[in-house]
Design a protein around this ligand. Structure first.
Ligand code: S3P
Length: 186
């Protein structure tokens, strides 16, 4: 159940999507938002709005550590408003910091959208807006990063869902069912 006992907000019924770049967080987030009539918040967009530049420019001009600080600040702001009944799609590296993992759990039900390297490569190769994947061998990069991040996502998530082979609707309905159960217990 949401672990927000150290702030003054009531337990929040947000659904938070975590997972690797290209795992479908934005797409599934939009679908969940429509099914539940909940607004969708994307932490990458929150950071871009705050900084008034793109994620790629933040990485190249200010560096990854600065971007991670922005992510932490963004999640803290969301928690500070006692945000409730929202879908929150997170940047793929947001759970890397232990502090962020604790904050996410306070925000609500955390779902890890897992996907195979093949489907991640297929989805992420359509655009070049992910600085960490602009390497000579994106497939190798994806495999190495996935391996490093596996335990991170496992640690933060209440639910892990393997999305490869599932339709958007199947994935969203699976999440809804288990979120209802989770919140019913909370
Ligand atoms: C990142 C994922 C990106 C974005 C940034 C870093 C990561 O978000 O936050 O490029 O470290 O995995 P998406 O997961 O929405 O692509």
């Amino acid at each position: 159940m949401p672990e927000n006992s150290d702030n003054c907000c009531p337990p929040a019924k947000n659904i938070i999507l975590v997972g690797f770049m290209g795992s479908g967080k934005s797409t599934i987030g939009r679908e969940l938002g429509q099914l539940l009539s909940y607004p969708l918040i994307d932490t990458d967009s929150v950071v871009e709005e705050q900084e008034q530049i793109s994620i790629s420019d933040i990485f190249s001009l200010k560096g990854e550590d600065y971007f991670r600080d922005c992510e932490t600040a963004a999640v803290k702001r969301l928690l500070g408003t006692c945000l409730d009944h929202h879908i929150i799609a997170t940047g793929g590296g947001l759970p890397l910091r232990e502090e962020n993992r604790k904050l996410l759990k306070k925000l609500g039900y955390v779902v890890w959208l897992d996907a195979t390297p093949d489907s991640i490569l297929e989805r992420t190769s359509r655009t070049n807006n992910r600085p960490l994947l602009q390497t000579e061998n994106p497939r190798k990069t994806i495999e190495e990063m996935l391996e490093k991040r596996h335990s991170i996502y496992k640690d933060v998530a209440h639910l892990r869902l393997q999305t490869t082979g599932l339709s958007i609707s199947e994935t969203a309905h699976g999440i809804l069912e288990s979120a209802r159960y989770f919140f019913g217990q909370a």
